[in-house]
Design a protein around this ligand. Sequence first.
Ligand SMILES: [Zn+2]
Length: 415
Amino acid sequence: MLALALTGLLAAATPDPARPLLVTVDDLPIAGGSHEDAAERRRITDGLLAALAKHRIPAVGFVTWKNFREGDQALLDAWLQRGHELGNHTDRHLSLTSNEAEVWIADGERARERLLAFLRARGHALRFFRFPFLNEGDSEAKLDAARTWLAQTGQRNLTVTIDDQDWSFEEPWVAAERAGDAAALAGVAEDYLAALRLSVRHHEASGDRLLGRRSPQVLLLHANAVGAANWDRLFTWLEGTGHRFAGADEVLADPAFSELPRVVATHGFGLWDRLAVTRREAEARDEVAQLLARQAEAWTRGDLEAFCAAYAEDATFLTPSGSTHGRQQVLERYRLRYPGREAMGALTLELLETRTAWGTEISLLDDAVPSRIHAVSVVARWTLRRAGQPDATGLTLLALRPRGDGWQIVQDASM
Ligand SMILES: [Zn+2]
């Protein structure tokens, strides 16, 4: 009894384990095109590596060869010597959305071979890949082509959970630095840190909500001057808010990373947004299937009012003989044709195909994120069984829109 009570006390006194967070850094050696001076490139790299070292952070850096300048070999060597891992972030940083899959893969493959040679010569392996702009395919075919290439070449898509806009502060930072404007620099630094804090909190809350537990995180940063000057403060804040910097192997071992959701989209999203949209799609399909099942039940028990409640007030109903507008008119049409339960018989609806429609919207953080599901369309086979008559059957195409917390049929083409 005493032992149990003590165990309980100890458990209560132990603080929650810190949240594991992997730091990833894109666009190595130096992001953006505003630092051509070799000494400046060295200074930025040293600043980034010093902040990582001070906070004992094992990072994964992603190399984009178009950012590579003469002499940058030493910069990449410095990342490796400090114990960080390097991954492939393509040659020309092409978006998979705005390029054909073949062109995009050829670019990625060229980069992979170059990085592999670089790493092998230094006794390192190449394991990770990062999609430019986080664009993983705006068609099923592109998404499959990219995933097949990654699988065949043994590269793992190191997905991001904290997608942010850190890169957007580089231009004002560099401008303020070159103007020698200390007040402007301080202002950009505050904005940079505030934006990152907001992104971290937002994406962590989404991850926790989705997983129902403290979600592990992969933070996206860029190798730039604003980062070199401000990462120490960022990392200090992260440490003070319950984070623990962890390596790629530990973070990626979490089951949350075991499967990459299939999200076909023109924009790039973080993993939690991808998981959220696939979950919303599954929910929408389920809700519509249930609505149609309830509708068939209502028909079979002779309740035409309940059957027609699934239609929007201004629904359009088409049959080979013409069209009917409005829920009330649809109800009256059915009442004329099916006077009584016997005439109605038993209805079954077999769902043959369900498609969902969604797009992107702008988040509070000024980023493109998946929207809610705007519409669901269903192809179904309807079958009517009536005593003493042969079965009647046909096809129907239904378009549904969200209404409150449910769905309603706005168009019905039955044949
Ligand atoms: Zn990038």
